[in-house]
Ligand binder design. Structure first.
Ligand code: TMP
Ligand code: ASP
Length: 243
């Protein structure tokens, strides 16, 4: 399989076409963005840490029976994935209130949400990813009702699997964002699962181990991502591709 020209460059990843029309290469860059691209910095090693963390999580989800686009590592910063037809909504599951939910609803940061809650957002930086509901998704034809049901079911399954996995490493999975796409007749998990797109807190101290460190200027961003990887048992030594 040959890497061909760039298909699309996002805020933190670049996507390349390949000689296989059904496969893409994701390159995880060191760029880190917050506030819909208003704050951007390059953080050394982040691309590698996120590529290897994403590979670990996607494999873990596959083993738990959740279909994902992940096919394999190509290099320390690149992975091969299935080419999906992406659904333009983001699925957010929350176990603990934080971030936009607290601003929107005036609830206290850190309270447990029982049961966990679910929100859809439209993927649109220019509009600051507004929250949308299932009626918007239906009226604008972004996804069918069946697809909405599958995205919700798979998002909660991901939550069950990863909440447990992170807890085994003394990490609270506070919330996370997923994106899905169509492959063949099936909906599969796309994009990435890394500390860029979720909130992870130390179970004892509630220290933030995710992108909130960058958003809030707390420093130690990549160090926190590396700590998460280390706790999960991910080997970050260069040359993991093919491992
Ligand atoms: P929020 O609190 O800003 O709504 O975000 C909830 C979680 O989803 C948080 O872990 C960050 C993640 N997220 C993204 O990574 N990208 C996005 O565009 C959105 C809306 C959320
Ligand atoms: N939506 C992500 C965040 O909340 C990325 C971004 O804002 O650019 O930080």
């Amino acid at each position: 399989m040959q890497i061909l020209d760039e298909l699309y460059s996002g805020k933190a990843k670049t996507v390349y076409k390949t000689s296989d029309p059904d496969r893409l290469v994701l390159k995880f860059r060191d760029d880190t963005s917050a506030f819909d691209g208003q704050k951007i910095e390059k953080l050394a090693r982040k691309g590698m840490v996120n590529n290897l963390t994403n590979a670990y999580i996607m494999r873990h989800l596959e083993q738990a029976g959740i279909p994902t686009h992940f096919e394999g590592l190509l290099s320390d910063t690149e992975s091969v994935v299935k080419r999906l037809e992406m659904i333009p909504v983001e699925c957010v599951v929350r176990n603990i209130a934080s971030g936009s939910m607290c601003r929107r609803l005036g609830v206290q940061d850190g309270i447990d949400l029982m049961p966990p809650t679910f929100e859809f957002f439209l993927k649109n930086d220019a509009l600051h990813d507004p929250m949308v509901n299932e009626y918007h998704i239906r009226s604008f034809g972004w996804a069918t009702d069946d697809e909405v049901a599958v995205m919700k079911r798979l998002s909660f399954e991901v939550n069950d699997v990863l909440k447990q996995r992170f807890l085994e490493s003394d990490i609270l999975l506070v919330d996370f964002k997923l994106e899905f796409g169509r492959f063949g007749g099936e909906l599969v998990l796309g994009d990435e699962f890394t500390a860029d797109g979720c909130r992870l807190w130390d179970v004892n101290t509630r220290e933030k181990l995710d992108k909130d460190r960058f958003r809030q200027g707390l420093g130690g961003v990549v160090e926190a991502y590396e700590a998460v990887a280390a706790r999960l048992g991910i080997d970050l030594a260069p040359g993991q591709a093919g491992a």
